[in-house]
Design a binder for this molecule. Sequence first.
Ligand code: SAM
Length: 320
Amino acid sequence: MIVDNLGRSFKNLRVSLTAACNYACTYCVPDGKRLMPARNELSARELLKLVGYIQEAAGIEKLRITGGDPLVTPKFDEFLLGVSKFPLRDISLTTNGQLLLQKAAVLKESGIKRINISLDTLNPLKFKQIARGGDLDIVLAGIDKMLELGIKIKINMVPMRNQNLSDVQRLLEYSLQRGIELRFIELMRMGHLLHGPSFQQEFLSMQAILDEIAKVHSFQRADAPFDSTAVRFHIPGKGYFGVIANESEPFCTACTRLRISSDGYLYGCLSSARRQPLGELLEMPRYLVLPKLQGLLLSALGDKQLSFQGETTVMKFIGG
Ligand code: SAM
């Protein structure tokens, strides 16, 4: 296993199947244009091959399928069913939920146990304004279907001062009633938010989010695993919620994440645009692949930062 001087290694792999998305969320996509795949995206077979190599070289334990939106690409079924056969401790999926109903059969067949669904509001009008695509009722029906299948759901919400602050409480009630753990993600300085005023105007700190919740609930901090990115809280008798507090309590020094973009690059850090090309591994004889990959993984580990500074990279290209 490759380890840096802070004890960080790669245990969690996030694979972006496509940069295409059926939403164009205000905080993610600068130009509001949907459904734009990256050029030269890899096939499911190529991505599976790379995942196999990386698992062998880095000792990956957990894998998350992401995007863009991973459900919009035709390679989703092949990738999901293929990766489900890998000896991994955990396979999960992050999606906006718009296509969950259509994908219910393959999700069930794969045996996937956990899905994170991004949902920023329960107000249909605000939903259209923030996601700039999709339909709220379809997402809610998808959530019900996944719960019916016995799949564990987390909801990811990005609270923003001027767009959905009043939904913090509503989404929390909705989640608690269904035994869903809600994760508030502090707005990150990614893509177009790195420069310009929007980040400061919209950012809500963990404390601001907790203050909003404290108007209705008492809660206390709960345990979280060492490399967890979320700070977790318990509302006695009701359930749990978490905050991914990139700015308020950065977790960079314990980060074990590695990312593959849909066009075949390795990213060691969300807060760095540095990337390592994987494409040539697909052409190499197997005995040359592992030594080459060790070098790429070392470089990717060296790209990890000590704190989150943000990047101009658009999240949908590397999967958040
Ligand atoms: N389309 C899928 C989805 O909606 O979950 C997967 C990709 S999306 C890039 C992954 C996560 O990143 C989503 O939960 C989204 O809300 C979050 N995200 C994107 N841009 C963000 C930003 N600037 N700050 C915080 N979270 C962001």
